[in-house]
Each structure stands twice: as C-alpha cells, then as structure tokens.
Design a protein around this ligand. Structure first.
Ligand code: SAH
Ligand code: SF4
Length: 360
C-alpha cells in the first residue's frame, strides 16, 4: 500500500528516504512541497529528479481525511466534517479574526473521558486519529481557504481544542505538533500552538520534555468534589497533582502562564464563592483564565450562566490580578462552538443514539 507521507515529521521522512537510498535534502524538499506549498502531487514537484518523482508516485501518497461537509457561519467561522473511516467523523473549525486565523483541530474520534458538559464525551471513544488525520486538518484547511495577499497561509494559530483528548493520543499529537512548528512545514511559533488538556498529569510532563507548546488546562471547578463530577478524570489526577504539573510545565513552556479554561454552568460552578475558591487554588501558579459560556447541545443537563454572573465571576478574578477573558461564542449557528462538536460518529456505546437523531 502507498505510504501516506503526511504521517511523517521531518526526521521520520528523512529516515523513510534514507531507507530508499535518498539524501536527507530530498526529504526536506518534499516536506516543503507538501506542507509549505501545499502540493499533494509528486509529479508537480518540479525541482525533484524525474526518477525520484516516479518512484514517489509508485510508493507514496499525500492524503488528508475526506471532507464530507462544509458549513460557513454568518460570522465567517467555517466548520468541516471529516470522514475518518468506519462510520467515524470528526470536526475542524476555522475562526477568522482581524489579526489572525485560528484553526481548532480534533485529536480523537470521540473521547473516553466523559466530561459531564461535553457532547464529544457523550459519544464515547472511537479511536485515535493518525498523524495524517491530525496534520491533514491544517493542511486541508489552509489549502481550502488559500494563501493571503502576502503569500502566507491563512492559519496563524492552532488550538487542539476540537474533539478528543490530545494527550491521550500522545505520540501522534506530538508528531503533528512538530510539523506545525517546523520551518520547512508550517513554521508556527510555539506560542501560537496550544494544546488543551483535561489534565492528564504524566502526559503533561512528557509534553514539557518532548515538545513544549502553549498549554490550556480545562479546570472547570475549584475543588475536587465538584471537579470529580464535571471532569471525571480528576478522580485519577486530582487538583493538587494537576496544579503541581502546571508549575512543572511552566519551567519549560514557551509562555510564562497556563491558560485555565472554565466552562460557565448556571448554578453549578458560577458563583462568586467558587471564584474566590479558585483564587486560593491558583495562588502559586502564574495563569490566565478563559471563561467559556456553556454551549448547549441536545439533551445537555446544564444551562449557560447568564451574562451578569459571568461578568461578576470575571470581576472577582480580575480584582485578584488574574487576567480573565470571556470566550466569544463563534459559529453558534453551525454548532461549531466549544463542546458542540458532536460529529456524526457512529455510536459504539449506545449512549448517544438520541443525540444523533436530534442533530440530523
Ligand atoms: N479534551 C481537551 C480538549 C478538547 S475540549 C480538553 O478537555 O481540554 C476543548 C474545550 O472545550 C475544553 O476546555 C472543554 O472543557 C470545553 N468544552 C467542552 N464542552 C463544552 C461545552 N458544551 N461548552 C463549552 N465548552 C465546552
Ligand atoms: Fe474529552 Fe475534552 Fe470533552 Fe472532556 S471536555 S469529554 S476531555 S473532549
């Protein structure tokens, strides 16, 4: 079967070329053609010897996941539904802003962690995405939108905040991150690539050592009792361990703060009392907060906090000198906001039969 070269970072591609008696600079050239130029056709790689081109055509391919649907929101947000085989689909979201373009990427089909407020979690886990499926989202979205007037790709920032827990698909995520950072591929700055995690403590340490990028941690609660319910993986890695891991991460992180994400659930975690508890919790951890108004999905057992409560919560944190932003909800009309990325994953757990019915 043809080898999909989107699965390799620079080093792996060089090794694959070496096995075929080809020099490392050839691998670098092909890497640039594929990612920097966005060319999937070896025949079009004109500065590569014809003999190598035909060898590549015979043995390799450049294949990103098949896009089965595109939706464009009134606010310019674009969502693509990607077929990742055997009834699984994942979603990628492009969020244009005046000074940057952000792509929200998925790392798994479904998710095993079952956070109480997350539609992806309600689907259960289907499988890890391959490197070509992860980086293929960036590859495809860039090509789809096209280079801007300065000849640059439109995507300047990547957030791994789509479907799945990136740190539970560690190796493939890190290989994809390396491509995002590689100057011969996308050349994004480490500060503009963010991994969001629900708090897989040992993997946070590995990420710090192997490929530190900006880190967002889904906190959502100031104490273990509440977090155990909202983010069940807290039972395995409780808050004390999580915050210690955040501090260790900061020793090598490209930014000098952790972003804590906090979904605002009415009457559940949005009181001023909880804000005060949070301040005490993060006292020793340089951080910023990003409050995410809950995005409802069919049969969700929560409601979005009202704007007044969100504002009050933010003010309490700000008064303690914690920079706090409220995430703008984008792509609401196409269900592209955080936690709404249900996809149309075939349900293996039977938990979401009704959910899929409602959405289709
Ligand atoms: N698994 C990772 C990354 C994907 S989720 C994580 O949990 O961090 C990206 C962000 O969206 C997380 O902060 C997650 O808690 C949040 N989120 C999930 N469901 C949501 C919902 N319904 N409304 C608002 N935010 C949600
Ligand atoms: Fe998984 Fe993140 Fe959703 Fe939790 S919030 S179920 S970790 S995708």
């Amino acid at each position: 079967m043809a080898e999909n070269l989107l699965n390799f970072d620079a080093q792996q591609l060089a090794a694959w070329f070496a096995e075929r008696g080809e020099k490392p600079f050839r691998a670098r050239q092909v890497l640039r053609w594929m990612h920097k130029i966005g060319e999937p056709d070896f025949a079009a790689m004109t500065d590569i010897a014809a003999s190598l081109r035909s060898k590549l055509q015979a043995e390799a391919c450049v294949l990103s996941p098949e896009v089965v649907r595109e939706e464009i929101s009134e606010d310019g947000t674009r969502k693509w539904l990607l077929n990742v085989g055997t009834g699984n689909a994942v979603e990628t979201v492009f969020i244009p802003e005046t000074d940057r373009g952000t792509l929200c990427i998925s790392s798994q089909a479904g998710c095993a962690l079952d956070c109480a407020f997350c539609s992806t979690g309600k689907q259960g886990f289907n499988r890890n995405l391959s490197v070509s499926e992860i980086i293929g989202q960036l590859w495809w979205a860039n090509r789809q939108i096209g280079k801007n007037d300065e000849g640059n790709w439109p995507i300047s920032n990547v957030v791994m905040m789509g479907m799945g827990e990136p740190l539970l698909n560690f190796d493939n995520t890190v290989t994809a991150l390396r491509l995002m950072l590689d100057d011969n591929a996308y050349g994004l700055s480490r500060r503009r690539v963010t991994v969001s995690t629900s708090g897989i403590v040992p993997a946070m340490d590995r990420l710090r050592d192997e490929c530190p990028v900006a880190l967002a941690v889904s906190l959502h609660a100031p104490n273990d009792d509440l977090r155990n319910v909202l983010v069940p993986v807290n039972q395995k890695y409780p808050l004390r361990q999580l915050l210690a891991a955040c501090q260790r991460y900061l020793e090598k992180a490209p930014r000098d703060f952790i972003t804590f994400e906090y979904v605002m659930l009415e009457g559940v975690n949005d009181s001023v009392q909880y804000a005060r508890e949070l301040i005490a919790l993060v006292r020793d951890t340089p951080c910023k907060f990003n409050l995410i108004p809950f995005n409802p999905f069919p049969l969700a057992p929560y409601r979005r906090s009202n704007a007044e409560n969100v504002r009050r919560f933010r003010d309490v944190l700000m008064q303690a000198d914690i920079v706090t932003t409220v995430r703008k909800t984008r792509g609401d009309d196409i269900a592209a906001a955080c936690g709404q990325l249900a996809g149309q994953v075939q349900d293996k757990t039977k938990r979401t039969g009704r959910l899929i019915e409602v959405r289709s």
